[in-house]
Every structure is written in C-alpha cells, then in structure tokens.
Design a protein around this ligand. Sequence first.
Ligand code: GLN
Ligand code: ZN
Length: 768
Amino acid sequence: MSAPLIPTASLGFPRIGPRRELKTALEACWRGDISIDDLLDTARSLRAATWARQHAAGITCLPSGDFSLYDHVLDTAVMVGAVPPVYAGAGRDHAGSRVGLDTYFAMARGTPDGLPAMEMTKWFDTNYHYLVPELRPDQNFFLGDTRVVDAYIEARGLGFRTRPVLLGPVSFLMLAKCADEAFDRLRLLPGLLPVYSHVLRLLAAAGATELQLDEPVLVLDEDPAVTAAVTTATEAFASAATGLGIMLTTYHGGVDHLADTLCRLPVDGLHLDLVRAPDQLGPILPKLAPETRLSLGVIDGRNIWRADLSQLLDRLTPIVDARGPERIQLAPSCSLLHVPIDLNRETRLDPELRSWLAFAVQKLDELRILTQALGEGRGAVEEELAAADAALAARRASARIHDPAVAARLAAVTPAMTRRQTAYPVRAKAQHDRLGLPAFPTTTIGSFPQTPEIRKARADHAAGRLDDADYDALIAARTTEAVRWQEETGLDVLVHGEFERNDMVQYFGEQLAGFAFTDHGWVQSYGSRYVRPPIIWGDVSRPQPMTLRWSAFARSLTDRPMKGMLTGPVTMLQWSFVRDDLPRMEVCRQIALALRDEVVDLEAAGIEVIQIDEPAFREGLPLRRADRPAWLDAATECFRLAASGVGDATQIHTHMCYSEFNDIIDAIAALDADVISIETARSKMELLDAFTTFAYPNEIGPGVYDIHSPRLPSEEEMVALLERACARLPAERIWVNPDCGLKTRRWDEVKPALQALVRAARQMRQRV
Ligand code: GLN
Ligand code: ZN
C-alpha cells in the first residue's frame, strides 16, 4: 500500500459544455423557444457531466458553484442582493429563488422595454468579461439567492463531495463600481460580511467542510486597505465558526509582497498562481505556518500548452519533502474557464501540434500524473512522463516553429524602421495635398453589414458546397455595390466593406504561417458569447499578400481615396493563445513585421489610406502599474514597426473601441498614427478630454454613431456631438465616422445613419 496521494483540486471548469450546450439553451430560452425549466435542466445536466468528468480525471477536490448561467460576478451580486433599483421590478420571480432569473437576465442583457444591461468589463487581464456590480453608499445587502448552496447539495445528491467556490467579499467590492458618486466601497464590507457568513453556515449545514474563497484582487497593486479588508473578512468567517476550512485563492499574479499578512490569516489554506508568478513561492514558503494547506497552482489555466511535467516534478519534490504531503494540494493556476474543454475533439488539428497541447481535460490529467509521480514514484507513470518529455523535446527542436528567416529579419530591425520618415506636420501636408479632402472628412471603420446571404455563402464555401469562383463573384458584387453606394452617399474615404472576412483576427491568422485554428476550441468571452482563439504556435510570417486582392479590386472601382484595412499586431496577440516558448512581445514583433509587408504592398497598389485596427490595444496592459510603461513602449513600437514602411503621402489610420485613454494617452500619441478613430458616441465626447488635456497632436475621428445600438442617430444629434468635439479639439483635425465597424448592423439601418452622418459633416463644413 502506498501513502495517500497529494490531493488535486480543480478551481473551476468551463461552463459552456463540450458542444456549447449552454449557449444553445440560453439563446433558445431568451427567444422563448424553451422554458426556463428546460434551461435549468440543461444547466443541471452540464454540471453533472462536469463533476463526473473531473472525478473521472482523478481530481480529488471538485469545485461546485463555479458554474454560472451567465457570469459568476453577476451571480455573486445576486447572492448578496446587490440588485440596482432599476432592475428590481424587472423579474417575475422564478419559483425557489429570491432574486428571480428574469431579474438576473435583465441585469445581464437589459430588457426589450428599454432597461440597459449592466456594464461589462474585462476580468483581470483575461478575455473573459464580467458584469460590473453597482454599489450605492447606502447599499443594503441581503441573501438574494442560495445558488451556491443548491449546487453543493445537487453535487452531493449525485455522490460528489465538492468544495464550493465563492468570489470573496473584498474582490466583489473592489470589482464593483460606485453607482453615482464615488465613495469608499470597502466601507460596505461590514454590511456584506453577514450575508457571506450566512452562506457559509448554510454550506456547512449542508455538509460542506471546505470553501474556495477567491480573492484575486490581492494580486493587483498593493492597497493596504484591501489587505486589511481581507484580514477583516477572514477573521469574521473564522469567528462565525462555521467549521468550513477556507482555501484563500489568488491568481493572475503573485502575492509575495503580502506574505507577512497572508501567512497570518485565520484560513486553512492559500492557493498561489505559480504559472504567472513562480517566484512568489520563495518568499512565502518560509512564512507559511506548517499547518496551513498550500495549494500549488502549477498547471497553466490560461494557456493551452502541455506542461513540462518532469521539470515540475523537480520543482515540487523538495517542497513536498520539506512540508510533507499532507498539507499540499496541486491545482491549475486558476479556473480552467479560460481554456477550451477537450483536445480529443480536435481531430483535424495538425497531429504534431496537437501532441504539444493540453485543454481543460488534459490539464486535469497532468495533475493526476504529477500527484501519482510524487506519491508512488515516477516509475508509476513512467510512460506518461516519457510521452510528455518527448512531446516537449519535439516541440523545442521542431524546425516547423523556428524559422531562421523570421529570426534574421527580427534581428535586422533598426530604430529607423519604427519611425515614419518625417514628423506628423510634414507628412500631414503631403497627405492633404494628395487626398484633397474637405474639412470634417467622412469615413467608416471598415466593415459593412455581414448579411445572412454573405454568412451563408461563407459557410457553403467552407463546406465545399460553393466553389471559389461563385464565392468570389458574390464578394466582388457586394464590394462593388458598397463602393458605389459610398460614392453616391458622398463619403470621402471609402472602404471595400470587409465582406470576405470571417473575423478580424481569424482572417489574417489563416493566411499567416505560425497560426493554427481549432474546430471546437471555444472559450467564454461573456454570457453566451464564446470565441475560438487562434493558436500562435510557430514563428509568424506572411507567405503572400493577405488583403491586397480585395483592396486593389475596390481601388480599381473608384477615383475616391480607398482605405485598406488591417488588424494590428497587438490585437492579434491579445486575441490568440500565444506560444509560451518566446516572450510575448517577440511574437508581437513577428506579427508586426508580417503586417509591415502588407502595408507596403497596399501602398504600392495605390491605396492612399491604410487603417491598422487595434481594438484590443488596451487589453494587453499589465495588471500592475509598474509593469505598464515597458509594455506600452514595446506595444507602441510593434504598431509603428507595422505602420512605418510607407512614404509621407500614405496616411495611416488606427482604430480603437471601448477604450479609456486617460492613463495611456501618451502611448496613443506615440503610435503616431496620422488619424485615430475611437468610440465616443455614448460618452458624449467625454472620452476626448484625455486628448484635449494631452494636446494630442494628430487627427482624430471621434465616433458619432453608436453602432452597438439599433437606434438611428439623427443629423442634429451628430452635429451636436461634433460641436462638442470642436469644443475639445481643433476643428481642422476632426474626422467624422461611426464608432466602429458596421458588420453587425443591417443595411436598412446603416444607409440612413451614414446619409445623416454625411449631412452632419456638410453642416459642420459650412461653419469653417
Ligand atoms: N475594421 C473592423 C471593422 O470595421 C474593426 C472592428 C473593431 O474595431 N472591432 O469591422
Ligand atoms: Zn471598433
């Protein structure tokens, strides 16, 4: 008989279902095609399958309460009764819960009669988005629902003893926003803790013995008030004497700067993300009381690469020897929410690449191998370790991922290549002479409606039901119509419409060396919206031009300036799973060089204006302030490397959406794009204040048409917005455009809106 193995824990598993069952059920329920009870049935069977799957993978500590119909932060808000008053009347309460599902979905999505959805924002530096709870200074908390308790009982009924997961009270408050005026939300903690304690008691009464309490805000810039609040909360839970052992869980960064405090908290255990912050263990280990359980987050919950198990065993063995196996757990670095479910479904993926990957299910298996090796000796899993070693060695040595030509080009990049030939005022003159545009020039952000006809044609083409010639003929016809319509409408800088593109990253990734795509690798972006990020697995290069064909075709249709459309290097990086054997910014530079070639080709084909979209630029910003300047320097340099191969008379645009600019305005200026278009319609141009204060020197197109809303803006509204823009910026540097691309809108919306936009620009011109 060998000793009991070190426990393995899962901190959370994807909720979407291996076949996106949750999305299907949610959307059917929202359409009214299935009932709420049908939806709840689907959710229940997904949970049951998930527990069974993790149990079968050999995980000893299964999570419950990690499932969510929409978002776990929204779940927490509802659990503590933090429902903004406007939604209070939105729900016909569903039997069995106090805040009903109608209210829940109203908060998540808004209502047909005009209640807006709650604001959404990025969950730390991931591509998951959560709903931002709203708090008022006089906020009352109450037990709004018992979902986490119900899930625990449900699992027990199926024979699984789980460890419930809760987003901790301090992270909940810090991730929320103050509804009206700003106030210190940690003041609300004393009112919030009794609700949490109540939930803890209910869990204990239901039989739970442990709790995973997530406090990821601890990894952010140090804030003594936050650390003190976590202390207060854990002390309150300890004195509530529920009997639940609390695993205080941190991820997406390190907490070694808080070691003294965290190691003294009255908790049962501490989980550390040792993938993002491997070095934190050194300072923390000696301070940790011997009886505190240490959860080692050693398997990457954020990326899809197979782990180096042998190296991990070398690292783990001395820790296990020193602390003893009883007080250790092995876990992924964070919830597996951020990775696809099962690699085994990717039957069409390149077999060699596949052998280098691990999705959620495979990651749990890696934990099982580690614990067996530690408990029973490496011999017990000899074959599996050998296979992992072999895959890793093959990946390191692969000639397919290391392209000497790419390395040579990168090494030859000079500072001059990252700068335009002259300063903005000089080249602006050359561009204005060449383009001959009026004041307040009009343009769009690139895409025109992706109609059902185009989507169907693309699906048919991909499935082989439509041949290349017929597909191309359709794209050519729609592009021609779009160009003609823009001419007739009087837009100044035209676009080809992006009809040929499936997605702004995928379209490029499919044409670049070094990228791969999965069939089923979906991950939740928010609610029922899932994305399938590309995998950047090898050195990136551009075997041939990517956009030249359709841009040149569009160019040939008109005498007006035609804008070429590209997705920028930072956005491609942010929206992909990136190889972990190179620094991220080196991968970004490779993409930038590939794009640079495209930019130069477009210029040579007579395209006068080239837009490099960077909607995800801000998303790469490191969580800690101290890390930001270096990242911003590298990111802006990548953009400029992509953009700067052209002559003065070629105008470079960039576009960003959903962005706040205050804290990155100097980096935005450092991009040195001739024109930047941004999303401003909803903020009534207030987003422009950052540009005013900074005295931003180049041209700006502040969006005057909120394309996220089906509502059509009037000419007067757009004029009013432009007036507000003129109060903030010199009129001669203002462009007139929508907030973003029009691909999600219909032509019968786009046409009147853009006609009004052109009239608004003409009104403004008469005033200068
Ligand atoms: N050019 C892209 C489009 O118009 C930009 C999309 C985006 O900013 N997300 O669709
Ligand atoms: Zn946009």
